[in-house]
Design a protein around this ligand. Structure first.
Ligand code: ADP
Ligand code: ZN
Length: 804
């Protein structure tokens, strides 16, 4: 009898999977994609069998202990998708599967044995184990049983499972620990005036900071967030409670924040353009894709809904991907409204256990539609018929850690493997997809808004010459924008104000010597924050108190530069005292479901002005928003990244698309100091095609995607010189490889990354440009060669979305 071996992936940072021997008794169950229990050092972990026919390893292999599932946990197309990701992006298969599968399904999860009532009791050890299980109420984790009997029980339990006397199931380790309630600190009573505050918090600055921090978070926050993220002690919280300014509440952990959202019924009839697009989508063959290029408000969602409905009617399933689930409650509720209980919403607040539950429901076919962000592309929807990628151009679709996959591209691969159709949608599609449109991607257009509503007129306000309001201090506030806001408020309409810079001020500068306070760990200036006061690094989270004097020259006054959303809120509160103002940025949405709370208030008409970062640009559909103001269009315009114009165009076009979605119409004002930049000019004309064509030309020389493909090799280390030296060696190695195989690849670098240091690590890079298949060869060699040497790390970023 020849021995058989399997490679088993574990969710650990290992370069390659381990090989184990398959005991004869488990032969039929250890198949590709099956979960197996394997010994790792002194522990037992659950891994995924990648194959069952591996060659015998050189070193003696340990045995697989058990294979608890009757069916493989991972369907074949998903395993094939994992293989593709690992190969294409140069990532270890274990890490790839870790990103794909809920943690509660494997790793340190435990196998639990449950007795099946009525089974004939066998004798011997098997009988004793069964009796013991019965005594414990019918079930117990296998490791607990093994400890009780002081011997491994896998064989016994496997036999019992096969005769139907017990069932085995894998349970996440957190099921008991997942608390059903959370503690929240809530402000009590009316908001206090400044005078009252001075009185209440005399000699208690910390308590005041906490009070104001809670205020800026909308009046409440999780105790854990306050302590762990904001750094306040429990004593400060107790102090507020004692003063009667706050109370602690125990609230039930929100299991499903979307359960309560009203399920909007979809419009009844399709427009002609929608019907035409739908007809083409329906006729897409297996693995084929289409781009739904529709202006904002053109009704793309209804096309997705109807396409999914038809797929379900044919007995197949669907995956719907959205950029960030918290920001798209309206899209989610539309799908809920249409398909109710068929929908599994995969959101970040799910515990490991809940995620594993959702996975199981989809795998069994009890739910047939998965809606979620990035990782939902791996949802085990059975008999997959369609994948929808809404807002295909969004950068959040690219995973920020290994495997650095792009969700849209993974969706295309998976659709091909499953024979499903792929529908990409955007008002501002990426250059990469547009370049392929007409060839392997069908191009479908929705050129008009629903009801022939016009796109809102966009006026560019040239801040260099426009008349400005005098009383807004450092904020450049044009009379035009001011008048538009006053008018909107007078008509009781709503306005969105975009400023893509959070915090109070971009940086702190000494007016005397010019010194700018930098993060000690990153090469980036620190952002000024208020309530709580401090300087914060947006890359590593470093915080320090606001200095009163310059550290370089001791000059006593420091100047804040570059207005952030916090300061904008303060200035506007003074300027428009009657207006109800809300702010949505990372700082106000750090608690779960705060997005929904803020957006809910806008929807209910309790907010007149919504200030926000790029968060407010996406997907919102509020008919009473008649004005969109872009406070500073230039924040991202000249970043040293080949996509900065594209990003700026997309942001402006998207946020402009929030205006005038109702019968009242709307307008957009864009403040800028670069009014002739093509991103601004094209956005102001709603001319996505024109922008794409112009930008496409600019990507030709020097070539950037879609003209060529990129692989960015990023080297990081704690010491500057060794990191640079290592990068130089890496560049030489790339050059040699290119020469040896005569590859049509350009090697650029070594050079420091634009962000030369993050979190105490120096960053250098080598940029490879060339056709995708040649780059693929380099990636293959690189994954084998670039195993970690010392503390210097090499990251392979294929098809990067940013070069910063
Ligand atoms: P997009 O995603 O393209 O920006 P939406 O899908 O949000 O646009 O649609 C914009 C608005 O038009 C929504 O309020 C939607 O309910 C409405 N709508 C879409 N299709 C139709 C239709 N066929 N008839 C009536 N209203 C529609
Ligand atoms: Zn930092």
């Amino acid at each position: 009898m020849t021995e058989r071996f399997a490679r088993v992936a574990l969710p650990l940072p290992l370069a390659a999977p381990y090989t184990y021997r398959i005991p004869e008794t488990l032969g039929d169950r250890v198949v590709p994609g099956a979960r197996v229990v394997v010994p790792v050092r002194a522990r037992e972990l659950i891994g995924i069998a990648l194959d069952a026919e591996s060659p015998a390893p050189v070193a003696p292999a340990r045995d697989i202990l058990a294979a608890p599932d009757p069916e493989p946990a991972l369907p074949a197309p998903l395993l094939a998708t994992a293989r593709w990701i690992a190969g294409y992006y140069g990532a270890p298969i274990g890490l790839t599967l870790k990103a794909m599968l809920p943690a509660g399904m494997w790793g340190t999860s435990r196998v639990v044995a449950t007795t099946v009532p009525g089974a004939r009791p066998p004798g011997g050890l098997a009988g004793q184990v069964l009796d013991w299980l019965e005594e414990r109420g019918g079930d117990a984790p296998v490791d607990t049983a093994a400890r009780h009997f002081r011997r491994p029980l896998w064989e016994v339990l496997d036999r019992l499972a096969r005769v139907g006397a017990v069932t085995l199931r894998v349970e996440p380790p957190d099921t008991a620990a997942a608390a059903a309630t959370i503690r929240v600190v809530v402000l009590a009573g009316e908001s206090r005036t400044l005078l009252e505050r001075d009185e209440l918090f005399r000699r208690r600055p910390k308590r005041r900071r906490l009070y104001e921090a809670l205020e800026s978070l909308g009046g409440s926050a999780q105790v854990r967030h306050v302590v762990e993220q904001l750094g306040f002690g429990e004593s400060a919280i107790r102090g507020l409670v004692k003063q009667g300014l706050a109370r602690i509440e125990s609230v039930e952990r929100v299991r499903d924040p979307f359960a309560g959202t009203p399920a909007t019924p979809p419009p009844e009839t399709l427009t002609a353009a929608q019907a035409e697009a739908l007809a083409v989508i329906e006729r897409l063959g297996p693995g084929q894709s289409a781009l739904l290029f529709g202006v904002t408000g053109s009704g793309k969602t209804l096309v997705y809904l109807e396409a999914v409905r038809r797929v379900l009617a044919r007995g197949r399933g669907a995956i719907v991907l959205v950029p960030e689930i918290g920001l798209t409650p309206q899209t989610v509720s539309r799908f809920r409204g249409a398909f109710g209980e068929e929908v599994a919403v995969l959101h970040s607040a799910l515990s490991d256990g809940e995620r594993a539950d959702a996975w199981r429901l989809l795998r069994r076919g009890d739910r047939r539609v998965a809606v979620g962000a990035r990782s939902a592309v791996f949802a085990p929807v059975s008999n997959l018929g369609i994948i929808v990628v809404d807002e295909e151009h969004e950068t959040s679709y690219k995973n920020g850690e290994a495997p650095r996959y792009h969700t849209r591209d993974v969706a295309a691969v998976r659709a091909r493997l499953e024979g499903a159709a792929l529908v990409l949608g955007s008002a501002t599609p990426s250059l990469e997809i547009v370049a392929r449109a007409g060839r392997d991607v069908r191009l479908l257009r929705l050129p008009e808004r629903i009801g022939s509503r016009p796109l809102p007129p966009v006026e560019i306000v040239d801040l260099r010459v426009a008349p400005k309001v005098a009383s807004t201090g450092p904020l450049a506030w044009s009379e035009a924008l001011d008048a538009a806001i006053v008018a909107a408020l007078a008509r009781e309409e709503q306005a969105l104000l975009l400023l893509n810079r959070r915090g109070y001020a971009a940086f702190l500068q000494c007016p005397d010597c010019g010194d700018v306070r930098q993060c000690p760990r990153c090469s980036i200036s620190l952002t000024v924050h208020r309530a709580p006061d401090g300087l914060r690094c947006h890359y590593c989270g470093h915080e320090e108190p606001l200095p009163l004097t310059c550290r370089a020259c001791a000059h006593p006054v420091q100047q804040m530069r570059g207005i952030g959303t916090q300061q904008l809120e303060r200035v506007l509160t003074e300027r428009y005292p009657e207006a109800r103002i809300a702010r949505m940025d990372l700082d106000t949405t750090s608690t779960k479901w705060s997005h929904q709370r803020i957006l809910g208030a806008v929807e209910a008409g309790r907010v007149d002005l919504l200030i926000g970062t790029q968060m407010i640009a996406k997907g919102l559909d509020f008919p009473n928003v008649t004005l969109v103001g872009v406070v500073d269009a230039d924040t991202g315009l000249y970043l040293p990244d080949f996509r900065s114009a594209e990003r700026t165009f997309q942001l402006l076009a998207q946020v402009a698309g929030r205006a005038g979605r109702g019968p009242k119409g709307g307008r957009v004002l864009v403040q800028t100091r670069h009014p002739t930049h093509h991103a601004l000019v094209r956005a102001s004309r709603h001319d996505a095609e024109g922008f794409l064509a112009e930008e496409r030309e600019l990507r030709k020389a020097p070539p950037y995607p879609p003209e060529t493909c990129l692989v960015n090799l990023i080297v990081s280390g704690t010491q500057e010189i060794p990191t640079g030296t290592r990068t130089a060696r890496l560049a030489d190695w790339c050059q040699a490889l290119v020469a040896r195989y005569d590859l049509p690849i350009t090697v650029l670098g070594p050079a420091p990354c634009p962000l030369a240091r993050i979190k105490d690590r120096w960053r250098w890079h080598v940029l490879l440009k060339g056709p995708s298949d040649s780059l693929g060869r380099v990636v293959r060699y690189a994954t084998r060669r670039l195993t970690r040497a010392g503390e210097v790390r090499v990251i392979i970023d294929r098809d990067p979305v940013t070069l910063l």
